[in-house]
Design a protein around this ligand. Structure first.
Ligand code: S3P
Ligand code: PEP
Length: 434
């Protein structure tokens, strides 16, 4: 599907963000592994989270959806059944990697598969630690489909995993498998990645502790996990970022997004934008699902300056880096984004796709093996650009397109539905608002 966007000087509106994708996946999984019924409100609307829900159903979890809410009847740590058919994770890396941990821990016989993009993404990073924990997980080439042979004995546990890379998905796969093990599981990463799994494990009654030197230790437990009767998912900062970014690039207008998750492991991009001189603020407004929540406000018209982003900052802005690249085209000076080689193995090669798309729009972007160099500001002009089967690329190029003179055509715009259904009509409405 092609979406046409007309360059606009203003961008304004007040809204709430759709439910957070990362927290939604985990809320479904933890509710499924608990005993009792849990109502989840404001689940993320995109296709990725629907995949997790359907896979859990295929493993015997009763789930009744009602719009953005769902009632989940948990089956407990021993109640999952081996699925009769291949589990289709679609485009969702989080679904595949987190469920791999659950399946390995529960000793189910299962096959996890996905679409062409997901079949191209590296899975050895979870197969190796799960194998070290005793799971019989295999794959022909370190990629999906992933096969799990069933086992009747619980995992032994007692393993320590000192990860080479910061990855919430790898950390979560290990901790989820560790929930079923007989002895404690320890994991450590070089920089902190999003900590939703840790927060939720503790909230559901698991025994998790952080040792002073960066290790997280999960103790096995005799008692079942306990879900709260209701859990309200906060808004997704990674979705809100696109609307705030569009406001920052506009000459005038203001966008306010309420109820957004403000977990520090998710909002590194906000600090980078502040450093670039953007007018953006965060007004704390409470808590949801154990995370701080805030209203985020951004205004157009500020003169942006270039910045450097290094490896230690990447985990807290990993999904927003394409957006930051789009914004950097309008900043004075040379922006250098480094330590982001991981972007090459997301839904697409996000470094290559952003360099290509932004250069087509008239920007000056060069690729590095692990990042991008962007010289700005450059006036952007309309062009035909490609989402390349990647929701974040579709939305980042859309934000740049609003800054371009003329009508930009975004091919494959429907991919935005993976995390933010309704994004394009919303973006157009805010760009046209008086
Ligand atoms: O755990 C999660 O919910 C996610 C972790 C990140 O991936 P990695 O753990 O592979 O960095 C992120 O890119 C993805 O969108 C969601
Ligand atoms: C990388 C992403 O998701 P996943 O890894 O779950 O496919 C994303 O949402 O940008």
């Amino acid at each position: 599907m092609i979406e046409t966007l007309i360059g606009s000087r203003s961008f304004r509106g007040a809204l709430s963000a759709p439910g957070d994708k990362s927290i939604s996946h985990r809320a479904l999984i933890f509710a499924a592994l608990s005993e009792g019924t849990c109502r989840l409100d404001n689940l993320a609307p995109g296709d990725d989270v629907k995949r997790t829900a359907r896979c859990l159903e295929a493993m015997g979890v009763r789930l009744v959806r009602d719009g953005s809410a769902a009632m989940v009847r948990g089956v407990g740590l021993r109640g999952l059944a081996s699925p009769a058919a291949v589990l289709d994770c679609g485009n969702s890396g989080t679904t595949m990697r987190l469920l791999a941990g659950v399946i390995a821990g529960a000793g189910l016989e299962a096959v996890l598969d996905g679409d062409e993009s997901l079949r191209g993404r590296p899975m050895k990073r979870i197969l190796d630690p799960l194998g070290a924990m005793g799971a019989a997980a295999s794959s022909a080439n370190g990629r999906a489909p992933l096969r799990f042979a069933g086992r009747s004995e619980p995992l032994g546990g007692g393993t320590s995993h000192d990860l080479e890379m910061a990855s919430a998905q790898v950390k979560s796969a290990i901790l989820l498998a560790g929930l079923f093990a007989k002895a404690p599981t320890r994991v450590r990463e070089p920089h902190p990645s999003r900590d939703h799994t840790e927060r939720m494990l503790s909230a559901f009654g698991a025994k998790l502790r952080a040792t002073g030197d960066g290790w997280i230790e999960l103790e096995p437990r005799g008692e079942p996990l306990r879900a709260p009767p209701t859990l309200s998912i906060p808004g997704d900062p990674s979705s809100a970022a696109f609307l705030l970014g569009a406001a920052i690039l506009a000459d005038e207008g203001e966008v306010e997004v309420t109820g957004v998750d403000a977990n520090p492991t998710r909002i590194g991009w906000l600090h980078v934008l502040e450093r670039m001189g953007a007018e953006i603020e965060l007004l704390p407004s409470g808590e949801a699902a154990g995370d701080p929540v805030a209203t985020f406000r951004a205004r157009g018209g500020a003169r942006l300056v270039a910045t450097h982003v290094g490896p230690e900052e990447i985990p807290a802005l990993i999904d927003e880096l394409p957006l930051l690249a789009a914004i950097a085209t309008q900043a004075r000076g040379r922006t250098v984004l480094r330590g982001a080689a991981e972007l090459r193995v997301k839904e697409s090669d996000r470094l290559a796709r952003m360099a290509e798309g932004l250069n087509r729009l008239g920007a000056r972007v060069e690729e590095l093996p692990d990042g991008l160099v962007i010289d700005g500001p450059t006036p952007l002009r309309a062009a035909d650009v490609e989402a390349a089967g990647d929701h974040r690329i579709a939305m980042s190029l859309a934000v740049a397109a609003l800054r371009a003179e003329g009508e930009t055509r975004i091919h494959g715009a429907e991919w935005a539905d993976v995390s933010f259904p309704g994004f394009f009509p919303l973006l157009t409405r805010l760009a046209e608002a008086k």
